[in-house]
Write a protein of this length. Sequence first.
Length: 70
Amino acid sequence: MSVPLFIKVQGMLVNLAHVEIAYVEDGTLYMGTASETYEFEYADDAQAGQALQRVQAFLANKNLLLGEVP
């Protein structure tokens, strides 16, 4: 059983414990689980890349509901 690791991305609560892939393409941050894909649009790839870095940092630190990615 995995521990729920939640983060708010653009106001949407996402359980990071189930995220299998996260990447940036055309100014959009994509986060995919086994059952669905979340899409978060940004002004450009640079902003989306910064959001991806924050998500990856939360995953690496295993933060529990600590933080928000605008």
